[in-house]
Design a protein around this ligand. Structure first.
Ligand SMILES: *Cc1c(COP(=O)(O)O)cnc(C)c1O
Length: 360
């Protein structure tokens, strides 16, 4: 169990605030808000000195272990304004829990989950002017931990930094939900059983770039990953979880250690089950998907993740087989789930699950 942190977060405000762009001028993850959160860890001393300071470069010793061995973990979450102009987070307790799961896998110190949420809320509150308000926009929050011990021997670091930075992001779909075109990746793999696929840790993402780049060169928006051992089972789409509607049943790959347990994935399953849909979390062979397509039973496909919420899939290319789904239009269930989830987030639909969490 992580130790409780009861230190006060000190706040040093910037003397040089940046200009905040208009909502329709935002893209993703290039511009950061005025402040950042930072806290240190040393073995024997634990987490200490939590502070909010002006956004600034870090001083990095080139011998720091994270530069070499990728002992890093991160999270991705959003703050957004609801229709009453309150700033909300979506299931931040789940991000805290997942960060600790990633930390355990990477031999990194866990964080008091309540303190994690407090740190996120304090930063968002200090930078509340940076939370945009138009439909689909948000302040994307990136908490992360890096190993800082200056030592080239391969071992878990004795010191770490926990940081939180925030970036205002524009709507993912300024012109409405748009289906993507995906290639089934049959050469490279994202993760293997016993590996780190279920942890949000840097190495998983660096290693996925070659496949993504090749798919982009071939004109695709991304890749559908298969399992690392047999290249037989569907796992994820890019850095999103994936759902299919096959003959009126919703199928999503089960979490067996190779797939990142998405919070959006979990929320979508709960919403679908509440609507009385049949949801199966199980192994899904790519061949089964192809069979369903050939027989006319593959009705819809979509990815889920914090950034896009729901990403409809209009076409999947598997070797020579070109699967066009729902005439490359957004499927009815896909668009309904998108409306329900964003409706709960924006406060248009009653949050009976208690998922939204007010910053102040
Ligand atoms: C973060 C992530 C997801 C989505 O998780 P959410 O909690 O829904 O944002 C899915 N797959 C991978 C590989 C991820 O890194």
């Amino acid at each position: 169990m992580p130790e409780t942190i009861d230190e006060q977060i000190t706040i040093e405000k910037t003397k040089d605030p940046k200009e905040i762009p208009a909502d329709d001028d935002l893209d993703f993850g290039r511009l950061f808000s005025d402040h950042m959160f930072m806290m240190e860890y040393e073995s024997g001393k634990g987490w200490h000195d939590p502070q909010i300071i002006p956004y600034q470069p870090l001083e990095i010793d080139p011998g720091s272990s994270f530069c070499h061995y990728c002992q890093v973990t991160f999270e991705g979450m959003k703050a957004y304004r609801n229709e009453d102009d309150e700033i909300m987070l979506f299931r931040p307790d789940k991000n805290a829990e997942r960060l600790n799961n990633s930390n355990r896998r990477m031999c990194m110190p866990e964080l008091d989950p309540e303190f994690f949420i407090k740190a996120v809320k304090t930063l968002v509150d200090v930078d509340s002017d940076w939370v945009p308000s138009s439909e689909g926009t948000s302040l994307y929050i990136r908490p992360f931990i890096v190993a800082t011990e200056k030592y080239l021997g391969l071992k878990s670091s004795d010191s770490y930094k926990f940081l939180i930075i925030a970036s205002p992001v524009g709507s993912y779909y300024p012109e409405g939900l748009k289906p993507t075109e995906i290639k089934v990746e049959t050469e490279y793999v994202r993760s293997v059983k016993g590996g780190t696929g279920a942890a949000k840790t840097g190495g998983n993402y660096g290693r996925s770039l070659l496949a993504q780049n090749q798919a982009a060169e071939e004109g695709f928006d991304g890749v559908l990953w298969l399992d690392g051992r047999e290249r037989k089972y569907v796992e994820e789409v890019g850095a999103m979880n994936v759902f299919f509607r096959i003959d009126d049943t919703i199928v999503t790959p089960s979490l067996e250690g190779t797939i990142l347990p998405g919070i959006t994935r979990d929320s979508v399953i709960k919403i679908l089950e509440d609507r009385g849909e049949e949801v199966e979390e199980r192994k899904l062979e790519i061949e089964e998907l192809a069979q369903a397509y050939r027989n006319g039973y593959l009705q819809e496909a979509f990815g889920t993740g914090t950034a896009a919420v729901i990403a409809p899939i209009g076409r999947i290319q598997w070797e020579d087989l070109n699967m066009e789904i729902n005439d490359r239009e957004v499927g009815p269930l896909t668009s309904e789930i998108y409306d329900i989830l964003t409706g709960i987030q924006r406060g248009r639909i009653k949050d009976k699950y208690d998922w939204t969490d007010k910053v102040k």
